[in-house]
Design a protein around this ligand. Structure first.
Ligand code: NAD
Ligand code: UDP
Ligand code: UDP
Length: 343
């Protein structure tokens, strides 16, 4: 086992016993940047349950304490309010680097900050990995393929990306983050892993983050019309968050650098998605068409042959199974307080 014995994080507790869902506990010290966010908090749950010690590094730009509050008081959990654009000293075995706003509305809010987070933030985390000999995993994105001219997208496809558009801060930022990751791997021998994540949904998404699944679900629950952008014929492939977390952990523990597409190949037009939301929440929900945003990719669907072969991974939760789990969470967060006020 390739542990770094620098100490400093406190002793590692080995819980033994309860090991959920296959992956065995190693009692590692793990940093999750962006761990108070949607994906990060689900990952933290799995790592803590496995018996690892977890340090969440997050500046709460889009993350929330509520997502990880249930671990407060656990000696194997630590939360640091920190912006990854600034250097940080920690002693750990693994780094899951997720810190970066993911919703277009959030990442366009302050594009320069988004680039800094992707470039300087990733550089700092790679510097940290190099110094302590930690394994580093980057959560890149399907957006590195841009508006793809190849369908479905295979990892060997180099993409079709506008370098000067409104989405560039994110997709070019992530492309540079991938470059940095490979250069630290080749140049400094850092052990790295790269995941290219496709659209993911589930409980704990920000309710008003402007992404299509969170928008449609919140709108249907609030009896507002579902806002379909453009003609609604553009496609996306939606992955349930537990499938993604399983894939990220397999990638980190496995022997392959990647990049690996992690996504659900089930492809839907936005109109089809609206229909699934209607079936799940409210068959009478209306649909309202709005102008589409700039540079919106026309289609997106992962080819996951590589992850299947090399990680033994594939998604298990189809949209119609995953959506109700998210609806339950949104219902509670949207109406929870209202109900108690009503009564
Ligand atoms: P999210 O916005 O819920 O989480 C991102 C987290 O990073 C938040 O907690 C936020 O506060 C934190 N953060 C942002 N900038 C930071 C900074 N400078 N310093 C410290 N913390 C910072 O998004 P998510 O959906 O959980 O996405 C997590 C990662 O997965 C991101 O890197 C994203 O690019 C990637 N990804 C997500 C999806 C998806 O569909 N959810 C798709 C592709 C890639
Ligand atoms: N860094 C960090 N924590 C560490 C080690 C490095 O935040 O434990 C930062 C460091 O401040 C630098 C970046 O990571 O900005 C890259 O570090 P590296 O050592 O690779 O490069 P250098 O410091 O030589 O530029
Ligand atoms: N979209 C939509 N209605 C909404 C929000 C988004 O039709 O209320 C569309 C958007 O134009 C895009 C797709 O849904 O074609 C996915 O958008 P999202 O912001 O969720 O993620 P992206 O894949 O673009 O990063």
């Amino acid at each position: 086992e390739n542990r770094v014995g620098h100490g400093g994080v406190g002793s590692v507790v080995r819980t033994g016993g309860k090991v959920p869902l296959g992956l065995k506990s190693k009692g590692l010290r793990i940093v999750v940047t962006g761990g108070a966010g949607f994906v990060g908090s689900h990952l933290v749950d799995r790592l803590i349950a496995r018996g690892d010690s977890v340090i969440v590094v997050d500046n709460f730009f889009t993350g929330r304490k509520e997502n990880v509050m249930h671990h407060f008081g656990n000696p194997r959990f630590e939360m640091i309010r920190h912006d990854v654009v600034e250097p940080i000293l920690l002693e750990v075995d693994q780094i899951y680097h997720l810190a970066c706003p993911a919703s277009p509305v959030h990442y366009k809010f302050n594009p320069v900050k988004t680039i800094k987070t992707n470039v300087v933030g990733t550089l700092n985390m790679l510097g940290l990995a190099k110094r302590v000999g930690a394994r580093f995993l980057l959560t890149s994105t399907s957006e590195v393929y841009g508006d793809p001219l190849q369908h479905p997208q295979v990892e060997t496809y180099w993409g079709n990306v506008n370098p000067i558009g409104v989405r560039s801060c994110y997709d070019e930022g992530k492309r540079t983050a991938e470059t940095l990751t490979m250069d630290y791997h080749r140049g400094a021998g850092v052990e790295v892993r790269i995941a290219r994540i496709f659209n993911t949904y589930g409980p704990r998404m920000c309710i008003d983050d402007g992404r299509v699944v969170s928008n449609f679900v919140a709108q249907a629950l609030r009896k507002e019309p579902l806002t379909v952008y453009g003609d609604g014929k553009q496609t996306r492939s939606f992955q349930y968050v537990s499938d993604l977390v399983e894939g990220l952990m397999r990638l980190m523990e496995g022997e392959h650098v990647g990049p690996f597409n992690l996504g659900n190949p089930g492809e839907f037009t936005m109109l089809e998605l609206a229909q699934v939301v209607q079936e799940t929440i409210d068959p009478n929900a209306k649909i309202e068409f709005r102008p589409n945003t700039e540079d919106d990719p026309h289609k997106r669907k992962p080819d996951i042959s590589k992850a299947k072969e090399q990680l033994g991974w594939e998604p298990k939760v189809p949209l119609r199974k995953g959506l109700p789990l998210m609806v339950q969470d949104f219902r509670q967060r949207i109406f929870g307080d209202l109900k108690s006020e009503d009564t």
